[in-house]
Ligand binder design. Structure first.
Ligand SMILES: [Cu+2]
Length: 461
């Protein structure tokens, strides 16, 4: 297991990041146009080390920030200048199916040199992100992702939004992406490909500008392949969680947050003048993830999200359709054989010959594996048992689900999410109204787990 997190060298370099987006003051229903090019790009993570060869959108890590207002349409003219096919998935956006960016399911993969026009409405205000979805375990690990902020119609950024995009990189001794570890079965059968370097907004240990006083809203995004991150403000300042995965939640106070891969959390801090460092505390050795750089805010006005509601309330489950999902597999698991392409085979054989390690209900998942067939407007309960020795972040495309979250300590919290961090042995129910027609993926967002069998389809017709 690689747990070296060589953070000493990531001391602050005083590099200011453009952490806050440009003022958003466009009218409701605007067309928000972007042009993205994916291409190999050398990227300096700090101003000491040599550049690392990454694959990036528009030569940036994170990729360009997309901002929009609820009700807008986002358009991204995309060119693939990589040497392998790719697609872009707009994570957490309740998208139209053919814009969801899943290769071989909602569109053909975009070949090298190929173009694709993504165009879709954004219906929900909140913090979202986008990332490559072909060979995601490699393409995301090489840097292909970026943030999306959708404002509510009565909101705008006034310099009090602080974006924190966190990633976990596995680097070799030459400060390059550790390519030898791609496809490593040890990683795939354990907790995924864990890194040894933590970036915030594309930098190791950067200075992040925050308003010098008053309230601020921090938008956290975990872009890591597999690492579950935990953050606290040095001095254990209290924060108010106001939104999860782009859905306003019943606010709660905490002094630390947990974020599985692909999850987002928005928190408010009452008084930014108290802030010094952002700490990552998931290991026994807390790391300084970023230092805060006070800047004079352009405004002392701040409008919170109190009064904002999730896009739907928890539905009645009286006539719900229950789908049982028994998750098995991985190292130290109890799965000895599973069905793959219609044939029952030993797990050892599947692992060695096909890199398949995880199963739902005894079947290795894939794009031809249907978990559930729903009719439009059905209420669905995914009754899941994580019968493995590992955590998993279960992500549903095209919908958000209600869950009694056990992610934040003892108290259960009723949350509307698109990605849920499940603990080993946990049984839970993900409840949603199937109101978006199409074929949608349901999969673990530890990207190596998905590639090795932990995923399937929910059809909504
Ligand atoms: Cu998983």
């Amino acid at each position: 297991m690689i747990s070296r997190r060589n953070f000493v060298r990531y001391s602050a370099f005083g590099l200011l990041l453009a952490a806050t987006p440009k003022k958003a003051s466009f009218a409701k229903g605007s067309l928000r146009r972007y042009k993205f090019v994916a291409e190999p790009t050398p990227h300096p993570f700090d101003n000491k080390s040599i550049a690392t060869n990454l694959w990036l959108y528009n030569r940036q890590n994170p990729g360009p920030l997309i901002t929009a207002v609820k009700g807008d349409t986002v358009e991204v003219e995309f060119l693939n200048n990589l040497n392998q096919p790719t697609t872009i998935h707009w994570h957490g956006i309740r998208n139209i199916n053919e814009m969801d960016g899943v290769p071989g399911l909602t569109q053909a993969a975009i070949e090298p040199g190929g173009r694709f026009l993504y165009r879709f409405p954004v219906k929900d205000p909140g913090t979202f992100w986008y990332h490559a979805h072909n060979r995601a375990w490699e393409q995301v690990a090489r840097g292909l992702y970026g943030p999306i902020i959708v404002y509510d119609s009565d909101e705008k950024d006034n310099g009090r939004d602080v974006l924190i995009v966190a990633d976990d990189w596995l680097m070799d001794k030459d400060e390059q992406i550790d390519e030898d570890s791609f496809g490593n079965l040890g990683h795939w059968s354990h907790g995924g490909r864990l890194g040894n370097a933590l970036s915030i907004n594309g930098m190791f240990g950067p200075s992040v500008p925050v308003p010098s006083f008053g309230v601020a809203r921090f938008r956290f995004i975990n872009a890591a392949n597999a690492r579950v991150l935990e953050f606290a403000f040095e001095g254990r300042h209290q924060m108010r969680v106001i939104s999860v995965d782009g859905s306003p939640c019943r606010n709660f106070i905490t002094d630390k947050i947990i974020l599985g891969p692909a999850q987002r959390l928005d928190v408010e801090i009452e008084q930014t003048s108290d802030l010094t460092n952002l700490l990552e505390i998931s290991t026994s050795q807390p790391l300084v993830a970023a230092k805060f750089e006070p800047v004079i805010s352009i405004s002392d006005k701040y409008r919170g999200v109190s009064g904002h509601e999730p896009y739907y309330n928890q539905p009645s489950i009286k006539n719900a359709k229950i789908i049982d999902i028994h998750m098995q597999g991985g190292a130290m698991g109890n799965l000895s054989s599973a069905t793959f392409n219609g044939k029952v085979r030993e797990l050892r054989d599947l692992a060695m010959n096909d890199s398949k390690i995880w199963a739902f209900n005894g079947e290795i998942g894939g794009y031809d594996f249907t978990i559930a067939e729903a009719k439009l407007q059905d209420t669905i309960i995914l009754r899941i048992w994580n019968d493995t020795a590992w955590r998993h972040t279960m992500h549903l495309h095209g919908h958000h689900f209600w869950v009694q979250s056990r992610e934040f300590g003892q108290k259960k919290r009723q949350l509307l999410r698109d990605t849920y961090l499940m603990h080993p042995g946990e049984r839970t129910e993900l409840i949603f109204v199937a109101d978006n027609p199409g074929l949608w993926l349901f999969h673990c967002h530890m990207l190596e787990h998905h590639a090795s069998g932990m995923g399937g389809l929910i059809s909504v017709a």
